[in-house]
Design a protein around this ligand. Sequence first.
Ligand code: GLY
Length: 457
Amino acid sequence: MIYADRRARLAAQLGDRGVAIIPTATEKPRNRDNDYLFRFDSYFHYLTGFNEPNAWLALRADGHSTLFCNPKDMEREIWDGIRLGPDAAPEALGIQAAYPVTELGTKLPELLENQATVWYPFAVHPGLETRVDEWLQVVRRKVRQGASCPDTQRDVCVLLDEMRMIKDAHEQDLMRRAAHISAGAHIRAMQVCAQRLRAGQEVREYHLDAELLHEFRQHGSQYPAYGSIVAAGANACVLHYRADNATIEAGELVLIDAGCELDGYASDITRTFPANGRFSGPQRALYDVVLNAQEAAVAATRSGVRFVDGHEAAVRVLSQGLLDLGLLSSDKAGTLEDVIERRLYSRFYMHRTGHWLGMDVHDCGSYVEPTEQHQVSDRTDPVTGATQKVRPSRILQPGMVLTIEPGLYVRAAPDVPEAYWNLGIRIEDDALVTSKGCELITRGVPVAPDEIERLMA
Ligand code: GLY
């Protein structure tokens, strides 16, 4: 069983007499009598596969797992749904013991007694540190009777983040399926956009958001992995824009950044397409620069290279494109090397080229190579003169998943050719690192402009 295997791997790292305590997420009120849709905590779910709220896992270094969960309660189950309950939990989840969550306050001090180290997620669950303190106080009160109290507290995320960074076969399969659903949703949104415009119907950003949601839910995704961005025209230059109510006009580009979550795993795709299905000359020219940058980043993504190599490859292509199209003038900006060194591209490309992806859309995991965490050097920013800390980038390994998402965002300005004003373009795929390169799991929706035009025709 995958969850038992993960618990065993974590237990093996807890050290002599270590105990890990991991709660799931709390339910959050939205307004009167109405909660936000519950979504479990990723660490908790990674170790249990258990979806109910109000649950905790306690894992000992010898591999013994205890679950605390909602007790069976006919009255509550009529309103909120069936509960697994502590009696059924051991067999269903492969754990050794289970208790009603109401017994947490008495059972956890017992579990901590005579242990050396308590591990829990630091700075994730507000108030957890206080609760751990309270349980330790209960243990300490028994010291005079010969009990010993853990003398060390450690952050369990340090261990779990490393485990979660390398996706196992089960996770890779889920992520491919989530990516496939999201790719279908992007195709549907592109096609509906062009069809509605051709039929003379109004298209608003929220119409395309509705198409994305339809496709996600139709294929079993529980919800979007993050708030979908559907941005028409100049709105695409707002990086954290959400699907709003702007009208989409023929002749504009539409940027959609959306992906579904499937059984706890995220997908994350961005496509930029012409609303009416045909790129104009300047749109296509800028799009080609971003696509070439993405291809360069993809080529630089494989096991054994640095995480930042993809970003640096993309920046080089984008910078050259900005010079070639006259968005940066070589008179003022200088050479390609000047543009890169002085980060002059950042006026049009102000974000990084990717992030880890997994259970969370910005998944856990250090971007610095763990063994080189303390190798810090100083760099003077050539523009601001400020001193920056530089740490060695993470080295990619098979099973890591990251996004590759270069973009260009051109606002109207007197020193920028008018043909490019208000164009915002990003192309984003999800890459599974393999020993030879990377597998782009989101290419069910094309990126080549000719192919986009064909499927919108
Ligand atoms: N594509 C969504 C995000 O990276 O935040």
